[in-house]
Design a protein around this ligand. Structure first.
Ligand SMILES: [Zn+2]
Ligand SMILES: [Zn+2]
Ligand SMILES: [Zn+2]
Ligand SMILES: [Zn+2]
Length: 446
C-alpha cells in the first residue's frame, strides 16, 4: 500500500474534517473527538469519519492492538511494562517508551512507519505534566487545543512554560499543507531609496515592504494563514539578504553576485521567480546573480535555469548533484561571494563513517573573507553545528581564524511555519522552525 495522504496530519483534530474543510477550517478547532477504541491514539468527529478513515488506519491500528494484547497493557505508552507506570514518570522515560513502541511497530508492520503513523506515536494526547493518557480525563488548552491537562492543577502548574509555545501550537494546528497562491508579477518590486535606507527586521517586513501588503505576524483568518505560508517562502532568500546586510555586502557589491548553496536538497523549490526577485528589490545595483546548488541529495535536477527580469537582469541557477569536496576542482564554477547551507546538520554524522561534511567544511573555510552562513532547526543543533565548523577550522588551519559574526542566533528570516520537536529531551525548542537559527562565520588571515 502507498503512504496514505493527509493534509498536515494532526492527532488532535478529525483529519477527515480538516482535509475537506477549506473556508470554515478554523471552526473545527476545539471539536469534541471520539478516540479509536483499538489504538486509542487517533480521534474523529464521529462514527462516519472514523469509518471513512478505517482503510487508511486499520493496518496501524491492528499492529498497536497486537502490542497491547501481547504485553497485556491498556495503552501503547505502557509498553515498557517492567519499568512501572508512565504516568508520573520523566520526559526521558516517555522518550524511551515512544522509541520502543516505534521499534515494535516497525517489526510488526515490517516496513518504515508512514509520516502520520510516526506522528501518532510521537505525539499521543497526554497531560503535559503527568503524562495521563486517558482521553476522557484530558482537557485541552483553549487557545491552541494541542496541549492537554488531566486537571486544573496541572494546567496552572504548566501555564508559564506553555505560554512560550501556545501560539506556535495554535498555528501548527491550523496550517494546511497546500502551497500558497503564487503571484503573477513579472519583474521585481521596486523600493525608493528612503524605503531601502533601513533593512527589514524580519521576513514579514521584507514581504510587506516589497509588495505593499500588511500581513500580520499573528494569523487570525484563513487568508492570514495562507499569507504566513507565503511569507515563509521568502525564508531562504531572506536569509541570504540578511547575511549580506550583516556583512555590509549589500552596499559593497557591484553588479553581480555569486552564491553557493552547499548541501542543497529540496530547498530549490523556494527559489522561484517571485522569491528570487526580491534580491533585486533589496540590492538594486545587482544585474546578474548566479546561484550554484550543490549536494548529494539534490532533488529533481534540471539543467541550468535562467530567470529574466525586465530584459536586463538575470538569475542563473546551476545544479550539481554530488558532494562539494569531490566536485569543486572539476567543475568550472565562479568563485563564491557568499556560501549558504540551509538546515545544515554539520554535526549529525560527525565522527561516524557517514560523515561527509568534514571534508566539505575543510574546503569551505579555505575561502578567505567569504561569509559562510548556515541555519539549523533547533538551538541545540545550532550550537553543535557551530562547534563542528569551529573544531574543523582549528584542526586544519593554523594560518586562519574563523570569526563568528553570529553564533546560533535566532533567525528573523526563518520559515514561520512551526513544527513539533520529536525530541522530548530537548525542552528548549518544544516547537521549532526550518531555518530557525542563524550562524555566520568568516575565515580571516590574522
Ligand atoms: Zn470529521
Ligand atoms: Zn485505531
Ligand atoms: Zn496531569
Ligand atoms: Zn495552548
Amino acid at each position: 500500500m502507498d503512504e496514505p495522504m493527509y493534509n498536515n496530519f494532526n492527532p488532535t483534530r478529525c483529519n477527515v474534517c480538516f482535509s475537506r474543510a477549506t473556508e470554515h477550517r478554523l471552526m473545527l478547532v476545539g471539536q469534541n473527538l471520539r478516540y479509536c477504541k483499538g489504538c486509542r491514539l487517533i480521534g474523529y468527529c464521529g462514527e462516519q469519519h472514523q469509518k471513512e478513515d478505517w482503510k487508511k488506519h486499520k493496518e496501524f491500528c491492528r499492529a498497536v492492538t497486537k502490542i497491547l494484547t501481547m504485553k497485556n497493557i491498556q495503552h501503547i505508552l505502557e509498553v515498557r511494562e517492567e519499568c512501572g507506570p508512565i504516568i508520573g514518570s520523566s520526559r526521558r522515560d516517555l522518550e524511551c517508551a515512544i522509541s520502543l513502541a516505534e521499534c515494535l511497530m516497525i517489526a510488526i508492520l515490517q516496513r518504515k512507519l508512514y509520516q502520520h503513523e510516526y506522528t501518532l506515536l510521537r505525539f499521543p494526547n497526554i497531560c503535559r505534566v503527568c503524562f495521563e493518557y486517558d482521553s476522557s480525563k484530558l482537557k485541552p488548552c483553549e487557545d491552541c487545543y494541542q496541549s492537554f491537562y488531566c486537571s486544573d492543577e496541572h494546567r496552572i502548574h504548566d501555564s508559564a512554560d506553555h505560554a512560550r509555545w501556545c501560539e506556535m501550537y495554535r498555528i501548527n494546528l491550523l496550517l494546511d499543507a497546500d502551497y500558497p497562491t503564487r503571484l503573477e508579477t513579472l519583474g521585481f518590486p521596486k523600493l525608493t531609496p528612503f524605503e531601502l535606507s533601513r533593512f527589514p527586521k524580519h521576513s514579514f517586513e521584507l514581504v510587506n515592504l516589497a509588495y505593499k501588503t500588511n500581513i500580520p505576524f499573528r494569523p487570525e483568518s484563513i487568508k492570514n494563514f495562507n499569507d504566513l505560508k507565503f511569507v515563509s517562502n521568502y525564508s531562504h532568500i531572506g536569509t541570504i539578504l540578511y547575511a549580506l546586510y550583516l556583512t555590509n555586502m549589500n552596499q559593497e557589491l557591484q553588479n553581480s553576485l555569486v552564491v553557493y548553496v552547499v548541501g542543497a536538497e529540496d530547498e530549490i523549490v523556494y527559489f522561484d521567480y517571485n522569491t528570487c526577485s526580491v534580491i533585486f528589490t533589496y540590492i538594486p545595483q545587482l544585474q546578474d546573480v548566479i546561484i550554484y546548488f550543490i549536494g548529494p541529495s539534490l532533488g529533481s535536477i534540471k539543467d541550468e535555469i535562467e530567470l529574466k527580469y525586465e530584459g536586463t537582469r538575470s538569475i542563473k541557477m546551476h545544479y550539481y548533484k554530488g558532494l562539494f569536496h569531490s566536485l569543486e576542482p572539476v567543475e568550472h564554477m565562479e568563485r563564491p561571494q557568499i556560501i549558504v547551507s540551509y538546515n545544515c546538520g554539520f554535526h549529525e554524522h560527525i565522527e561516524s563513517n557517514k560523515d561527509t561534511w568534514s571534508s566539505t567544511l575543510v574546503r569551505l573555510i579555505r575561502y578567505v573573507n567569504i561569509p559562510i552562513v548556515f541555519t539549523s532547526y533547533t538551538r541545540a543543533e545550532a550550537c553543535q553545528d557551530c562547534a563542528t565548523i569551529y573544531s574543523i577550522s582549528k584542526r586544519t588551519t593554523k594560518k586562519k581564524d574563523l570569526v563568528f559574526v553570529k553564533r546560533a542566533a535566532d533567525n528573523p528570516f526563518k520559515d514561520y511555519k512551526p513544527l513539533r520537536n520529536t525530541n522530548y529531551i530537548d525542552d528548549y525548542d518544544e516547537l521549532y522552525y526550518s531555518n530557525g537559527y542563524f550562524s555566520l562565520v568568516i575565515s580571516r588571515v590574522p
